[in-house]
Design a protein around this ligand. Sequence first.
Ligand code: KG4
Ligand code: ZN
Length: 333
Amino acid sequence: MPYLLAIESSCDDTSAAVIGDGAVLSNVIAGQDIHRAYGGVVPEAASRAHFESIIPVVDAALQRANVRKKQLDAIAFTRGPGLLGSLMVGVSFAKALALALGIPIIDVHHLQAHVLAHFAEEPKPSFPFLCLTVSGGHTQIVLVRSPLEMEVLGKTLDDAAGEAFDKAGRMMGLPYPAGPEIDQLSQNGIARFAFPEPKIRGLDFSFSGLKTAIRYFLRDETAKNPDFIRENLPDIAASVQDTIVRILMSKLKRAAKETGISEIAIAGGVAANSGLRQALLREGEKRNWKVYIPRIEYCTDNAAMIGMAGYYKFLAGEFAPQDIAPVARWEMG
Ligand code: KG4
Ligand code: ZN
């Protein structure tokens, strides 16, 4: 059976996974706490941290899978999109190890991989399905015809959904990444503050208006009561989360209606959000959708999803040349 090693290093998580015959045998993820102090990802620090983690993370993934380097048939890696200095570490490592072992390499598109995270375990969606991919860098609705045939139906015109969470959190004084903190705080809050939803035609998204609305709202309320944020943190968090989830769900409902597709999946870091997960389950029940929500480990950045995407390219015989370079920006489809 084919064994693949997969490597992910596009942003601030160093991850390695081993895939055996299309099944995930291990998935090791090393996060980078260093960015918390800066309130966002510092590219230079991220690249250095990847460099320090990559060998131990790969070793741990092989060990956990009980697979030796010599048994590997190919190495898959994230080629982009992402931070160039971060991608460079994973790409160079994959190329060097593959060259030493005399095996082929497979380049993977990070966003295609987020979608294919759904194939890391059961139940798997059937084709065609819609996937709302929501992460720190991207927000898009994808029509998935097969593992390697995807069409982007709509995407964000400005900020990504995760960025909206992170920027709102920053204004509220929360550490980076603020998405999980806002999610947590929302559990004890009531969405009683209203923020406007953008009026964008079609299936595209926009989050910059929301960011501005939150900024002015917090500025005005703090002028009246300097302790406003501290005293109302859970309610502010719940209101922000509720608005972002409503914006996402309204476009997803529209995409389902327009395409007539009722197999609906979510992916990416923001798919870990409990408000979005609940909203999708609720809507799914109401509209008779079959919904697919990955386990949290497969929502945020991980190499298992890179391995799944790599596995399908392996089966299709799609390998990359040894002189391939990472790409920071890369349109999908
Ligand atoms: O997919 P991901 O790990 O990395 C990128 O490719 O961007 O997504 C990271 C994003 C961050 O913006 C983070 O705040 C957000 O996902 N995130 C969440 C939650 N967990 C992670 N946002 C809302 N609720 C969560 N529970
Ligand atoms: Zn991602």
